[in-house]
Design a protein around this ligand. Structure first.
Ligand code: GDP
Ligand code: IMO
Ligand code: MG
Length: 442
C-alpha cells in the first residue's frame, strides 16, 4: 500500500488531473486537499472530456471514495452543478464525501474577489474571480461559514444574518456594489445545504480509518507550487497551500502517513494571471510555440483565458523538488514540442541589474521579478511522440531532453505524457512504489 501526493510543480495546469486519473486506478481514496472552484482539471476518457473544479478526478472509476477535504473552499452552486453533470453522464457519485470543515464560498466572496481585483489596477493578480481569496480570508478571520453550518438551517440563518449586513457595508461603501438580502441568501444556500447534506462527513476520521486499514490514498493537489500562498511568487499566488505539505493540513492527517510525492510538470511552462515569468516568450516566438502541433490548446480550463507560455524553467522546478520533497516527476505535454527545431531550457538566472547568477529561486527578495533566463539549447526531435508507449520508442533527441531534465533536477521522470488521453502515457518506472529519493537519511 502507498499514500501518494500528486502536486503541481509549476504555476498550475500541469496536467495533474490526467496523472491523478491515471494513478486513481490503483487507489482506494482520492482526496482534494486545498483550493476551490478556481481549479480546472481536465480528464479525457473514451473520447469524453470531463472538467472538474471541485470533485477529485478519481470519480470516473467505480467504487472509489472521493474526498473534498477540510482544506478546500466550496462554492456549493458549482459543486451541485458538477454532481448533476456527472449524474447525467451516468457517472456514479455515491463515493463522494465532503468535509464538514471545508469553508463555503458565499455570494459576497465572489463579488468582493472580482471587484477587488478590478480595483487593483496595475497591481491586479488576475484571479479566477471564484471568490477564493475572500473565502480563505474569512476562514483565517474566523468568520467563515463551513459545510457543517450550510447543512444546519439554524446555524446557517444565524451566520448569514450576522455576516451579510457586515459584508454589505464593504460591498456598498468600498466597491459601490448593491447590497445582498440576508433572507434571500439564506433561502438559496439552505437549499444548497439540503442538496449536499448526504455527502457531508468527518472526512479526516474517514481517511484515518482508511490509513489504518491499509487502503491506498491519492492526494490530488490543485494549482501549483509557485501559486502557493507561502512558497509561491507572492502576491501573485492563490490563497491556499498547493505544496505537498498542504496535503497533511488540508486532509487532516499526519506527515508520517505519506509515502511518496509526485510532481507534475509540463515539458514547457505556462501561467494564467499576472506575475513574473522569466522564461515567458512573446510575439512571433510565442505564436510559433503555440501553433506547434494541434494539441497545444493553452486556454484556462476555468476562465477560458489564454495561458502565457514559455520555455521549461529548471530553476523553478529545482525549487519545486526542494519545497515539495519530490520523489519523481510526471512530465506532460511532451508531444506539444514535437515540431520544434530547437528547444530551450532555463538552467540558471542572471540578475539584470547586478549580473549575479542564480541556480536557486531568488524569491525572498525582489530579485525574482527582474531575472533573465540563461538557456541551454537542445535539438528538437521533429517526430511525433504521440504513439510512443515506451521510453525506448521516443526519438533519441526526446530522450536527451528528458535526460538533461533528470540530470539537473536529480530526480527521475517516472511518467511521460504524450497526449491528453489515458493511454497516451509512458510509464518509465513505477511512480507509486519506487524508492524515496529526496534527502533520505542513513
Ligand atoms: P490541471 O489543472 O493540472 O489538471 O491541468 P488542466 O486540465 O487545466 O490542463 C492540462 C491540459 O492539457 C488539459 O486540456 C489536458 O487534457 C491536456 N493534457 C494533459 N496531458 C497532456 C499531454 O501529454 N499532451 C497534450 N497534448 N495534452 C495534455
Ligand atoms: P489548476 O488546479 C492555473 C491562478 C489565477 C491567478 C492566481 C490567483 O487548474 O491548476 P485565485 O482565483 O486562486 O485567487 O487566483 O492563481 N490560478 C490558477 N492558475 N491553474 C489553476 O488551477 C489556478 N487556480 C488559480 O490565474 O493568477
Ligand atoms: Mg487546470
Amino acid at each position: 500500500m502507498a499514500n501518494v501526493i500528486v502536486v503541481g510543480a509549476q504555476w498550475g495546469d500541469e496536467g495533474k488531473a490526467k496523472i491523478t486519473d491515471l494513478l486513481s486506478k490503483s487507489a482506494d481514496y482520492i482526496v482534494r486537499y486545498q483550493g476551490g472552484s478556481n481549479a480546472g482539471h481536465t480528464v479525457v476518457v473514451d473520447g469524453e472530456t470531463y472538467k472538474f473544479h471541485l470533485i477529485p478526478s478519481g470519480i470516473l472509476y467505480e467504487n472509489k471514495i472521493c474526498v473534498i477535504g477540510p482544506g478546500t473552499v466550496i462554492d456549493p452552486k458549482i459543486l451541485i452543478q458538477e454532481i448533476e453533470d456527472l449524474k447525467t453522464r451516468n457517472i456514479a457519485v455515491k463515493g463522494l464525501k465532503v468535509s464538514t470543515a471545508a469553508h463555503v464560498t458565499m455570494p459576497y466572496h465572489l463579488a468582493i474577489d472580482q471587484a477587488e481585483d478590478r480595483g487593483r489596477g496595475n497591481k491586479k493578480i488576475g484571479t479566477t474571480g471564484r471568490g477564493i481569496g475572500p473565502t480563505y480570508a474569512d476562514k483565517a478571520d474566523r468568520c467563515g461559514i463551513r459545510m457543517s453550518d450550510l447543512i444546519e438551517a439554524k446555524e446557517l440563518e444565524e451566520k448569514v444574518n450576522w455576516l451579510v449586513p457586515r459584508k454589505n457595508v464593504i460591498l456598498e461603501r468600498l466597491y459601490s456594489l448593491p447590497p445582498e438580502d440576508p433572507k434571500k441568501v439564506f433561502e438559496e444556500y439552505r437549499e444548497y445545504g439540503e442538496k449536499l447534506k448526504s455527502f457531508v462527513a468527518d472526512t479526516s476520521a474517514l481517511i484515518f480509518d482508511a490509513i489504518k486499514n491499509k487502503k491506498n490514498i491519492l492526494f490530488e493537489g490543485a494549482q501549483g507550487t509557485l501559486l502557493d500562498l507561502d512558497h509561491g511568487t507572492y502576491p501573485y499566488v492563490t490563497s491556499s497551500n498547493p505544496v505537498a505539505g498542504g496535503a497533511c493540513i488540508g486532509a487532516g492527517i499526519g506527515p508520517t502517513s505519506i509515502d511518496r510525492v509526485i510532481g507534475v510538470s509540463k515539458a514547457f511552462t505556462t501561467r494564467v494571471g499576472e506575475g513574473p515569468f522569466p522564461t515567458e516568450v512573446f510575439g512571433r516566438e510565442a505564436d510559433e510555440l503555440r501553433a506547434t502541433g494541434t494539441a497545444w490548446a493553452e486556454f484556462g480550463t476555468t476562465t477560458g483565458r489564454p495561458r502565457r507560455v514559455g520555455w521549461l524553467d529548471l530553476v523553478l522546478l529545482r525549487y519545486a523538488v526542494r519545497v515539495n520533497g519530490l520523489d519523481c516527476l510526471a512530465l506532460t505535454k511532451i508531444d506539444v514540442l514535437d515540431n520544434l527545431d530547437e528547444i530551450n531550457i532555463c538552467v540558471a538566472y542572471e540578475d539584470s541589474l547586478t549580473g549575479a547568477k542564480y541556480y536557486d529561486l531568488p524569491l525572498a527578495s525582489g530579485i525574482f521579478k527582474r531575472v533573465k533566463p540563461i538557456y541551454e539549447t537542445l535539438k528538437g526531435w521533429k517526430t511525433s511522440t504521440n504513439k510512443c508507449r515506451a521510453s525506448n520508442e521516443l526519438a533519441p533527441n526526446a530522450q536527451k531532453y528528458m535526460d538533461r531534465i533528470q540530470e539537473i533536477l536529480e530526480i527521475p521522470i517516472a511518467i511521460v505524457s504524450v497526449g491528453h488521453k489515458r493511454h497516451h502515457t509512458i510509464i518509465i518506472e513505477d511512480p507509486i512504489h519506487g524508492p524515496k529519493r529526496v534527502l533520505q537519511k542513513g
